[in-house]
Design a protein around this ligand. Structure first.
Ligand code: DOR
Ligand code: ZN
Length: 345
């Protein structure tokens, strides 16, 4: 039996939701990842340190007994036009906040309280640069005149590149990069700029959204791109470049919100995250590069210790369940009813 053992990975971009939904999805992540950066786009969004501390306590409380000390949530703040520089100081002092998330207002799920004009945040970004608290970026413009497939590239030109020049000491994670342009930008940028890459953007191109009919479970934001871009992401992930690391962006929505005339954006991948990455890395002939991408680069960028325990994946064919429970609703996972040939043991 072929197997690989790697240092236990971390997920540097995760949506856990709240309440019963949180209880439903958290075990999927905690069974494989030691830590995860928890996205703050709840309703209402996690805009203060007090809210983040309370959310962290709810996450710890939702952990099943068997995983109680096995998982650490790394909290983030949701940046708004009004986030005070003093809140950044408090966040840093808390020791449990690890980043501040920029959602351009209207860019994605629960982003309406996001930033309307980045210039309104300059004082707060200065405080983040001084206190060394990373900025985590949803990198898409929201201008309806910009084609949905071009929104990441236009964001780099209009917002991200100028921001990086204005705040050279600010550490920035360009989240869920989806284009060759983003890979090139991050590669050429200063060492303060890194990126997460999802499993679904490594495995699928935009044809998957229209494969024999419209496929709502392949719809996420930023939307899947052309094959050329998927190839660039795969090359970056498997390059060994420490600027690129694992962030699933696993984003659960109940079946009815996905299979809908106006379906929500988000792909649930936490059920088999590390197996999905292993599949992509194996297809690229680069399984030997999986450990650094999944378990070292992110920890190093966030200046946290690398994990010391390990996980083992076995080469074994298995069928992904058709659905999982999501607080009484069905949750359709990526590759539902399809087979994978790596299995976490
Ligand atoms: O597809 C996505 N889903 N993209 C995001 O940026 C947000 C996420 C969610 O929260 O559902
Ligand atoms: Zn996300």
């Amino acid at each position: 039996m072929i197997s690989i053992t790697i240092t236990r990975p971390d997920d540097w971009h995760l949506h856990l939701r709240d309440g019963e939904s949180l209880r439903a999805v958290l075990p999927h992540t905690a069974k494989q990842f030691a830590r995860a950066i928890i996205m703050p786009n709840l309703r209402p969004p996690v805009t203060t340190v007090d809210m983040a501390l309370a959310y962290r306590a709810r996450i710890l409380d939702a952990l099943p007994a068997a995983l109680q000390s096995a998982f650490e949530p790394l909290m983030t703040l949701y940046l708004t036009d009004n986030t005070a520089p003093a809140e950044i100081v408090r966040a840093k002092e808390s020791g449990v906040l690890h980043g501040v998330k920029l959602y351009p207002a209207g860019a994605t799920t629960n982003s309406d309280a996001g930033v309307t004009d980045i210039a309104k945040c300059y004082a707060t970004l200065t405080a983040m640069e001084r206190n060394d608290l990373p900025l985590l970026v949803h990198g898409e413009v929201t201008d309806p005149d910009v084609d949905v497939f071009d929104r990441e590239k236009v964001f780099i030109d209009r917002i991200l590149a100028p921001l990086a020049r204005r705040f050279p000491g600010l550490r920035i994670v360009f989240e869920h990069v989806t284009t060759r342009d983003a890979v090139q930008f991050v590669t050429e940028a200063s060492r303060n700029i890194a990126a997460t890459i999802t499993a679904h953007h490594l495995l699928l191109n935009r044809n998957a959204i229209f494969q024999g009919g419209i496929r709502p479970h392949h719809y996420c934001l930023p939307v899947l791109k052309r094959e050329m871009h998927r190839q660039a992401l795969l090359a970056a992930a498997t390059s060994g470049n420490p600027k690129f690391f694992l962030g699933t962006d696993s984003a659960p929505h109940g079946q009815a919100s996905k299979e809908n005339a106006c379906g929500c954006a988000g792909i649930f991948t936490a059920h088999a995250a590390i197996e999905l990455y292993a599949t992509a890395f194996e297809q690229a002939g680069a399984l030997d590069k999986l450990e650094a991408f999944a378990s070292f680069h992110g920890a190093d960028f966030y200046r946290l210790p690398r994990n010391t325990s390990s996980i083992t994946l076995q080469k074994e064919n298995w069928i992904i369940p058709e659905q999982f429970d999501f607080a009484g609703e069905p949750l359709i996972p990526l590759y539902a009813n399809e087979s994978l040939n790596w299995k976490l043991i």
